[in-house]
Design a protein around this ligand. Structure first.
Ligand SMILES: Cc1cc2nc3c(=O)[nH]c(=O)nc-3n(C[C@H](O)[C@H](O)[C@H](O)COP(=O)(O)OP(=O)(O)OC[C@H]3O[C@@H](n4cnc5c(N)ncnc54)[C@H](O)[C@@H]3O)c2cc1C
Length: 382
């Protein structure tokens, strides 16, 4: 089979890229190693920047999002028993939308008419440094193409296929993870609450008015089965400010997992006719809610560049890596800063904790500091 762009990976990056290219008349095929059901069932991000929403609108997949998403005009920072509201709308004129990654993925899959090969085995990318790249999978399937888009996430095959001397990797790992729980209970608050507590970070997030997502910072050495629901709820209550703890409605978890936190960037994102987008090229700790949104901004730059190429202008493709990385590094900085501000770092001692509290007090009292936080949270312009 031959297409113009072969896309490896059917996460939000691959599906959105496929949708935008197909709309522009560019033929694509997606090759995904997991089953469609597995991809749809993965519980991950839930906060969309307005730029991501605009891109989903442009891709023609935002009808259900507009009906079902919750528009949030602010969120709370909680520390020292108090809550400070960051009024995103007043500070930036913009808001964010709460809509699960699973729903974004479903909308994109429902819209896709072009070929998608799921449960593909032994996916490999070839000859991307020449003019005739191709993708192989299963025993004997081959897709010839003009370009390969590596949208196959952090553990994918595309970045791993680049010769080591052509790529530089920047990485920071954190000595803790996020223990997440999903429950069919009403959220504790209308908006998200980010909690900095002596016992560690907590986040009260949500997917809808009846479905909550809560997270607790936990040591990486801990296992999910050490955290029965009762233990999770009790620990969350301890970390929440009293008024929120009182309002907390608990119930059985429908998903529970521990995710490690990592900052990671690969440079560049372009290797001949192979382009990396989304988690294949970079990872952020989830504290700033940027992972899915960065995948969308990469896809914006890459789709524009590929569309321009087929209209006879090659310069945007040459600029893709630098343009995408400029935005990626700013989101990396913000995600690292939010992580540093809100999590427990016992190795930093009580001086480190005082620095966090002083910064939180400064944010609470400074419109300038709140604006800097808010404009990064709603998303920097593309
Ligand atoms: C547990 C967890 C929680 C998260 N929570 C948040 C959050 O709260 N907020 C936020 O903004 N972000 C969050 N993220 C990050 C966010 O989900 C990702 O940034 C987003 O999924 C990136 O999309 P992507 O399409 O680039 O990669 P992915 O969603 O990882 O998609 C990559 C796809 O490629 C497929 N693939 C992998 N290898 C191969 C191969 N060899 N061949 C073919 N296909 C392959 C995978 O199966 C997958 O379907 C979270 C991530 C994780 C893991």
């Amino acid at each position: 089979m031959r297409v113009q762009v072969a896309i490896v990976g059917s996460g939000p990056a691959g599906l959105l890229l496929g949708q935008l290219l197909e709309q522009a008349g560019i033929r694509t095929a997606i090759v995904e190693s997991r089953s469609r059901e597995y991809v749809l069932g993965r519980i991950r991000a839930g906060v969309l920047e307005s730029g991501t929403v605009a891109l989903l609108e442009r891709a023609g997949v935002a009808d259900r999002l507009h009906e079902e998403s919750l528009v949030h005009e602010g969120f709370d920072l909680a520390f020292s028993g108090r809550r400070v509201r960051i009024d995103l709308q007043a500070l930036t004129g913009r808001s964010v939308s709460v809509y699960g990654q699973t729903e974004v993925t479903k909308d994109l899959m429902d819209a896709r008419k072009a070929p998608g090969f799921y449960e593909a085995r032994d996916v490999a990318v070839h000859s991307f440094e020449s003019g005739t790249p191709y993708v192989t999978f299963n025993e004997n399937q081959k897709i010839d193409c003009d370009f390969i888009a590596g949208c196959d996430g952090f553990h994918g095959v595309c970045r791993a296929s680049v010769p080591a001397e052509k790529i530089t990797l920047f990485e920071k790992t954190y000595p803790f993870g996020w223990l997440g729980i999903l429950s069919d209970t009403p959220p504790v608050s209308e908006e998200l609450i980010y909690v900095s507590h002596e016992r560690g970070f907590a986040l009260c997030s949500q997917r809808s008015r009846t479905r909550s997502r809560y997270y607790l910072q936990c040591p990486l050495s801990e296992q999910v089965d050490e955290w029965p629901d009762e233990r999770f709820w009790a620990e969350l209550r301890r970390r929440l400010p009293a008024d929120a703890a009182q309002n907390l409605v608990t119930g059985p978890s429908i998903e529970k997992s521990i995710a490690p936190l990592r900052s990671f960037v690969a440079e560049p994102l372009a290797f001949g006719r192979l382009f990396l987008a989304g988690d294949a090229g970079h990872i952020v700790p989830p504290t700033g809610a940027k992972g899915l949104n960065l995948a969308a901004s990469d896809v914006y730059y890459l789709s524009e560049a590929l569309i321009a190429f087929y209209k006879g202008n090659e310069s945007q493709l040459k600029a893709y890596s630098a343009k995408a990385l400029a935005r990626v590094w700013k989101a990396e900085r913000f995600s690292w800063w939010m992580t540093k501000l809100l999590h427990g770092f016992p190795e930093e001692g009580s001086f480190g904790r005082h620095m966090q509290l002083a910064e939180l007090e400064y944010i609470a009292g400074s419109r300038a500091a709140q604006t800097a936080l808010a404009e990064n949270y709603v998303g920097l312009p593309y």
